[in-house]
Design a protein around this ligand. Structure first.
Ligand code: COA
Length: 329
């Protein structure tokens, strides 16, 4: 049982750990592990946690918060010499603690159905299956985004709530590097983020977040929200414009995947059957200080000094730090 296992020391990784993490990825998932090129971005956005044996990094897992108050787990890697000793379990426990302190109500992740170790370890750690998807991609055609984002209103909620294609994915759509259940509240959030577009007579969700750590430049992530999948999939490649590639997780369904095939999408080898898992988090009564990402800390510093310069009103206070200014106005 996981509870009888060793508990491993976990700390947050920084850019200094890049090389060690690269080595861990190579050992755990192979020379061409897709995580390697995203390490830097993952360290800076969200929280990259590592498990330690003495000073040695033997496991890793990435945690990032989504727009809907959930968090996404990715890049789970345990060194082959340390498998089945509770390393991944310790990292998941740590993520649960972080989620609880941040008032994050659910953890989610995907694993290929063919990945026996990945599947076993998430099921052993309180996750349950939510829906199945297939990873597809297609080059875009020439064209430009001709439609404006759909505004939030009751009709939008109704069209989405009644959607058949959404139901196949149990109400979840891919958004950026994670998934969001399209409850009316989340429809509101995503409409405000200008994520819904009318395409081919239906509605697609298109991720606009270029800061997304897992989104590669020139790639647009989309999801089927409502309407005829075939119409959306045919129209999208000519709608998106300069971007080089379209990617999606489509509901694992014969009819939808047939339509995708006819619209020129191909299935990625690892992702024929991808399972979305969720683990609810019991949020405690106490709110702790939220941990910021390194990128947020850096941005905050810039904002802080810029704000101080403004407050100083050009009186030439020079480079005073925030503390000095707070106490010596
Ligand atoms: C998946 C992975 C991260 C699991 O890491 P780990 O540190 O070995 O996992 P844990 O020791 O915490 O396992 C906890 C439980 O998960 C289950 N489990 C993990 N690996 C398993 C396997 N190969 N077969 C069966 N059950 C397994 C067991 O129930 C285990 O508890 P037990 O050993 O007491 O039976 C690791 O195998 C790995 O790095 N794989 C390659 C990369 C990858 O696939 N990442 C996951 C993407 S979702």
């Amino acid at each position: 049982m996981a509870s009888m296992k060793e508990m491993w020391d976990v700390r947050r990784a920084s850019l200094h750990d890049r090389d060690a993490l690269k080595e861990l990825c190579r050992a755990a998932a192979g020379e061409d592990d897709y995580v390697i090129e995203r390490l830097e971005s993952m360290i800076l956005h969200g929280v990259m946690d590592v498990a330690l044996d003495g000073g040695r990094i033997v496991g890793m897992m990435h945690y990032s918060e989504g727009i809907d108050g959930s968090a996404w787990l990715a890049a789970a890697r345990t060194h082959p010499a340390y498998r089945r000793r509770g390393v991944a379990a310790s990292l998941i426990q740590n993520a649960v603690g972080l989620a609880r302190r941040s008032r994050v109500h659910a953890l989610r992740l995907v694993s290929a159905a063919s990945n026996a170790a990945g599947t076993a370890s998430v099921l052993a750690n309180g996750f349950h299956e939510v829906a199945r998807f297939t990873r597809v991609k297609r080059a875009t055609s020439k064209g430009a985004l001709r439609t404006a984002a759909l505004a939030f209103d009751a009709d939008l909620v109704r069209e989405i709530t009644d959607s058949k294609v959404l139901r196949i994915g149990n109400g979840y759509v891919p958004y950026g590097h994670y998934f969001v259940p399209l409850t009316p509240a989340n429809v509101h959030l995503l409409a405000n983020a200008r994520a819904f577009f009318r395409v081919g007579g239906g509605i697609a969700v298109v991720s606009a977040d270029s800061e997304d750590p897992a989104t590669v430049e020139g790639v647009v992530e989309f999801g089927l929200v409502a309407g005829d999948p075939s119409g959306i999939l045919r129209a999208l490649p000519g709608t998106v414009g300069q971007l080089k590639e379209l990617k999606s997780f489509l509901p694992f369904d014969r009819v939808v995947l047939g339509a995708a095939h006819r619209a020129g999408f191909e299935v990625e080898a690892w992702g024929r059957k991808v399972v979305l898992y969720e683990r609810p988090v019991e949020v405690g009564p106490t709110t702790y200080r939220k941990r910021r990402t390194y990128a947020e800390i850096a941005a905050g510093k810039r904002e802080g000094y810029a704000a101080l310069a403004l407050l100083a009103g050009g009186q030439g206070h020079g480079h005073t730090g925030p503390h000095e200014d707070r106490w010596n106005p």
